[in-house]
Design a protein around this ligand. Structure first.
Ligand code: FE2
Length: 377
């Protein structure tokens, strides 16, 4: 009688020590933010909402704040070679540095996680300007990637203290209907997946969401293993991938060869109308992975009745997968840098809460065709 109570209490306590409202922003370190922000506005449909740099009194870096729906991206570039961001870019190329989490008490989040063994990245600090105060503190996750805890309940400015708002609406933006970040996937090294699942469970109070083994996710040549962790309220989903043995080089290994450490592999963004969104993004020049038209031949047999016309899905290359709760539609871009590292996913959920396991085979064969073209298979 006492045992179940104890365990319920334990789950409650574990789930409660790090309440997270959502992803606050995702910050990319890039070699040329002024040019990159054009890609995010013209191609991906984000609006420029704020800026910090030389013109706003910041001497060592420039940052562009971009928003679409509830998604907020920050593009940051160093202005001097001695800057730690310059070293980050030299080593990794452009990529995600920070998956920042919106919390009500940033200092407590830092204390609770570092107490449990998280490595501090940036110490707790309060920042102020005429709009109020923001508290921030950061811990490391996989590789050089960090989670910054952002507390903004006493702030009314456009982003963070020091950033200047950009006049709205953004006339150069071409919105595509992307609404929220659905999940952010990390690639870690050989045999490291469980280490980072444990990190999220023990240090951040997350729990295991789904588990795929390498039999689920493998093709003739290459393979990976993946586990998904989610936070207490389920708003945050982080799949963690590690390479698995295959006949040829795993796509995760290729990523690690070029990014040089574990890091963010892809960011999935949700839309309410994937056909409209993907048609728009394609017209605007976004490169999606190619799926052979044979994928659609027996689609309805595999996934049953769906609302969307199959010919339109086939034309755009949108994939469909079904589980017990419903179905999902998804599509993946090619890497958005010259190094084959970070890419994006567009997803629409119609009941399904999973990640498209049924598409992994078709998808990985497509990824491997690209790997072969790069001479990395
Ligand atoms: Fe995904």
């Amino acid at each position: 009688m006492t045992k179940p109570q104890e365990s319920t209490e334990k789950i409650k306590t574990v789930g409660d020590f790090l309440p997270i409202n959502g992803i606050d922003y995702i910050e990319f370190y890039v070699g040329n933010a002024r040019q990159a922000q054009h890609f995010y506005r013209h191609v991906l449909g984000f609006s420029l909402v704020a800026y910090a740099g030389l013109e706003t009194g910041i001497r060592d870096r420039a940052s562009y704040i971009l928003e679409q729906g509830k998604i907020r991206f920050v593009l940051t570039t160093p202005l001097i070679p001695e800057h730690p961001i310059s070293e980050h870019i030299r080593l990794h190329g452009d990529g995600v540095k920070d998956i920042a989490l919106w919390v009500d008490d940033a200092f407590r989040a830092f204390e609770e996680t570092t107490k449990r063994g998280a490595k501090a990245a940036w110490e707790p600090l309060a920042f102020r300007d005429e709009w109020g105060e923001v508290k921030k503190a950061s811990i490391f996750t996989y590789g050089e990637t960090v989670h910054t805890f952002v507390e903004r309940k006493n702030y009314k400015g456009p982003f963070l203290p020091g950033y200047k708002a950009v006049p709205q609406p953004d006339k150069l933006s071409r919105p595509a209907g992307l609404k929220i970040v659905d999940h952010v996937v990390g690639n870690v090294g050989w045999n490291e997946m469980n280490k980072f699942v444990d990190f999220y469970e023990r240090i951040m109070g997350f729990r295991l969401f789904k588990h795929f083994d390498d039999k689920d996710i493998s093709t003739e040549y290459s393979a990976l293993m993946s586990k998904v962790v989610t936070n207490g309220n389920g708003r945050i989903k982080f799949p963690i991938n590690e390479p698995a043995e295959g006949k040829r080089k795993s796509q995760i290994e290729e990523y690690l060869d070029y990014y040089k450490t574990p890091g963010v592999q892809h960011i999935a963004m949700a839309t309410d109308n994937i056909i409209d969104t993907v048609a728009k993004l394609t017209t605007q020049g976004l490169d999606f992975l190619y799926v052979p038209t044979t994928y659609y031949d027996d689609l309805q047999k595999r996934v049953g009745k769906i609302d969307e016309p199959v010919d339109q899905l086939a034309k755009l290359g949108i994939l469909v997968d079904r589980d017990d709760e419903g179905y999902l539609l998804q599509i993946f871009t090619k890497p958005v840098e010259d190094r084959p590292t970070l890419f994006f996913e567009v997803i629409q959920r119609k009941g399904s809460k999973s990640f498209g396991k049924g598409n992994f085979k078709a998808l990985f064969e497509s990824i491997e065709r690209e790997q072969a073209r790069r001479g990395n298979l």
